[in-house]
Design a protein around this ligand. Structure first.
Ligand SMILES: [Zn+2]
Length: 236
């Protein structure tokens, strides 16, 4: 037997790799970028390329005793506080369904899901404030993620039955719809019994919409819910 290295550091990101004995040799896996290298007597070979890890933030939401991992890519700074920064501008372009921006964000969300090793069975976009509407960017992103990860496309599982005022257009906190109003106006229509649901939205502002949707999904039978948004509204 050739001598195998006891410790190996990732060539991509420098982190310590975890060894695992397999019939082919020892597979070293990087805990951070997920690169895998097979080491045999003949030498070593990359068997899984490193992930491009997106910049992101992570939080945990507690909803009726369930822990819900929440990830987002950056902060959205509202326009009225000054000239929009590049990221906030792209989030607005996503809303309008600009294909280039949508596919770039969709790729980042896929990288994030792989990096966090989430295993959703279905992706469900959060509906818009207007009854019956789901944003163009939301539809395209759900379609991309469903195809890329081979999971169900749950567009329409959550449906807005009654229009509510848009939180982004509200001039004061009091004008924004609260969780009870969202709960009243959104229905869960699909069969999601025992499924792990990836809930997606572009911007989380007060969290009232997301909270109402998460509770709906659990009541509808979801076994787990993960929330991913492109942005969280930050202070400008
Ligand atoms: Zn690495």
């Amino acid at each position: 037997m050739a001598e195998f290295p006891e410790r190996k550091f990732c060539d991509n990101c420098g982190n310590l790799m975890i060894p695992k004995q397999t019939p082919e040799g020892i597979v070293f896996k990087c805990r951070y970028c997920k690169m895998e290298v097979l080491v045999t007597e003949d030498g070593e070979r990359v068997i899984k390329p490193p992930l491009k890890v997106p910049n992101h933030h992570s939080e945990t939401l507690w909803v009726n005793g369930h822990s819900v991992p929440f990830y987002y890519l950056g902060y959205y700074i509202p326009k009225r506080r000054g000239y929009p920064d590049e990221f906030s501008q792209q989030v607005l372009e996503f809303k309008q369904g600009y294909p280039f921006i949508v596919s770039r964000f969709a790729e980042e969300v896929v990288n994030l899901i792989r990096f966090r090793e989430l295993e959703p069975d279905i992706i469900v976009p959060i509906p818009r404030s207007s009854a019956g509407k789901i944003g163009l960017g939301h539809r395209q992103l759900a379609e991309y993620i469903s195809r890329t990860l081979g999971i169900r496309n749950g567009t329409g599982v959550l449906v807005r039955k009654i229009s509510v005022p848009s939180a982004h257009l509200a001039r004061s906190l009091e004008e924004r719809p609260n969780e009870a109003l969202h709960n009243f106006s959104i229905s869960c229509t699909g069969d999601i019994q025992d499924l792990r649901v990836l809930l997606f939205d572009d911007i989380l502002t007060t969290g009232a919409t997301a909270m109402a949707c998460i509770k709906k999904l659990f009541r509808c039978g979801a076994s787990e819910v993960y929330l991913i948004t492109l942005a969280k509204t930050g202070m400008g």
